[in-house]
Design a protein around this ligand. Structure first.
Ligand SMILES: [Zn+2]
Length: 148
């Protein structure tokens, strides 16, 4: 849990409207990307069953591509989850508030990454901790020892 987190964002209703539109646009873009990547994966899987690769190097390339696609889908899905979270924050009026120390995230940063939960400083701190702890999956947990 983040302490001293303001209840209301400093962003104007016009800002919120703009960021919400950006989030929804990105959400649609990712959804259609994921669908086409899934189709591509299925297509390859079907082909793998019916075709025996001409040689080993072709097969390796195919598998690398598949890995890349799966990796991309994974990261797109993560962004999708962040976008959904940001949209919920818009609903409860906490959008644009850094989850690290509760400060307002600068507008320019939100324009660059509308689904970000953190200001630049906290994002860097988080990244450092991510490298230190590869098995992390809980943002709140990362900040608990920070407030002691
Ligand atoms: Zn912050």
């Amino acid at each position: 849990m983040v302490k001293n987190r303001p209840n209301k964002s400093m962003l104007t209703p016009a800002d919120i409207k703009k960021f919400k539109a950006a989030l929804l646009a990105k959400r649609n873009e990712i959804l259609s990307n994921v669908v086409s990547m899934e189709n591509e994966t299925l297509r390859r899987e079907r082909r793998d069953l019916s075709n025996i690769p001409a040689d080993i190097s072709d097969m390796a390339t195919e598998n690398d591509d598949l890995e890349n696609i799966l990796g991309l889908m994974e990261s797109e899905r993560k962004i999708l989850a962040e976008i959904d979270y940001a949209l919920r924050c818009i609903e409860d009026g906490t959008y644009g508030i850094c989850e690290g120390k509760g400060e307002q995230i600068p507008r320019e940063r939100l324009e660059a990454i509308p689904w970000t939960r953190y200001c630049v400083g906290c994002a860097k701190l988080l990244e450092k901790k991510l490298h230190a702890r590869k098995d992390y999956n809980n943002h709140d947990e990362l900040y608990q020892d920070e407030s002691n």
